[in-house]
Design a protein around this ligand. Structure first.
Ligand code: NDP
Length: 263
């Protein structure tokens, strides 16, 4: 049996075990997927091999440290320095990123998105911002503190802290902060969020499984919004393809994962 896990802190909320186990069980793949609460990200590689894992996902707040611990990083993850999927390839730790493509999959139904505001400047923000730049979109970043903005300043996008923010109009505003994940916080001061929401067509949150205070405000203002469930599905399907070394069909993986959302 091949064993997989998700590493994070917090991790108890994660639906990844349900999703991947649903695929393994229903498609007859000899695998199991567990969750691992990890406080110290620097121990990730050690714990991964101690648990004899064949692969893993990495979630908040360890995606950037995961990048530094890989023996090799492939594809888009290499461009952004953020890893959310790990594969054990003959004792070597190989890193990938499936978040950005998962998010693009999730927002397919939003039409004519050109001008995007990303709230937050962590690993998820990096993945989305760089992917959007590659897709020739206009990207603005708004973050609580200045330090993490440094990375984004090397690219052609506007970067603001709360203090310096100047409101504009957007097609899509995305919350990529963990505000609202295990608390009832908004991703920026309320007045600022209200101004932002007055000037956007669509809203998305990458948090799933609950209506965050941010989405609650969007709902009150009748703005079309979506939570992070479809992104979760999108990134999960792509990660699962890597886990099973492409021995299962993408549409079968997607179907079984979608079923697990109804549980
Ligand atoms: P990181 O730890 O890399 O970044 C966190 C970001 O959130 C930072 O910019 C931080 O700002 C900001 N932040 C944290 N708390 C607050 C707060 N109270 N108010 C305002 N800003 C805050 O996190 P990740 O990018 O890895 O993950 C972010 C979120 O995305 C998590 O909730 C995670 O569960 C979710 N996620 C969902 C996915 C899905 O499939 N649906 C996929 C990937 C992630 P500062 O720099 O000031 O500290």
């Amino acid at each position: 049996m091949r064993l997989f896990s998700i590493f994070g802190n917090p991790v108890s909320h994660s639906r990844s075990p349900l999703m991947h186990n649903s695929v393994f069980y229903h498609l007859g793949y000899d695998g199991a997927y567990i969750r691992t609460h990890l406080e110290d990200g620097s121990k990730l590689k050690e714990v991964f091999f101690a648990q004899k894992l064949s692969g893993a996902n990495v979630t908040v707040p360890h995606k950037e440290v995961a990048f530094t611990l890989c023996d090799e990083v492939r594809g888009f993850a290499k461009e952004i320095g953020v890893v959310n999927t790990l594969i054990n390839e003959n004792g070597k730790l190989i890193g990938y990123n499936t978040d950005a493509d998962g998010f693009l999959y999730a927002i397919q139904e939003f039409q004519n998105i050109q001008n995007i505001l990303i709230l937050g400047a962590g690993g998820t923000a990096k993945a989305l911002a760089i992917k959007f730049l590659q897709e020739k979109k206009k990207v603005t970043i708004l973050n609580r503190s200045a330090k993490r903005l440094q990375y984004f300043q090397q690219f052609p996008m506007q970067c603001f802290t709360w203090e310096k923010y100047q409101n504009q109009s957007y097609d899509l505003v995305i919350n990529t902060t963990s505000a609202g994940l295990s608390d009832e916080a908004l991703p920026a001061p309320k007045e600022m969020i209200e101004n932002i929401l007055q000037n956007t067509k669509y809203v998305a949150d990458v948090i799933y499984g609950k209506l965050t205070p941010f989405l609650q405000l969007a709902k009150e203002k009748n703005i079309t919004f979506k939570d992070g469930a479809d992104m979760l599905l999108g990134q999960g399907v792509l990660a699962n393809e890597l886990f099973v070394q492409h021995t299962l069909k993408r549409e079968d993986i997607q179907r079984e994962m979608e079923k697990s959302f109804q549980l």
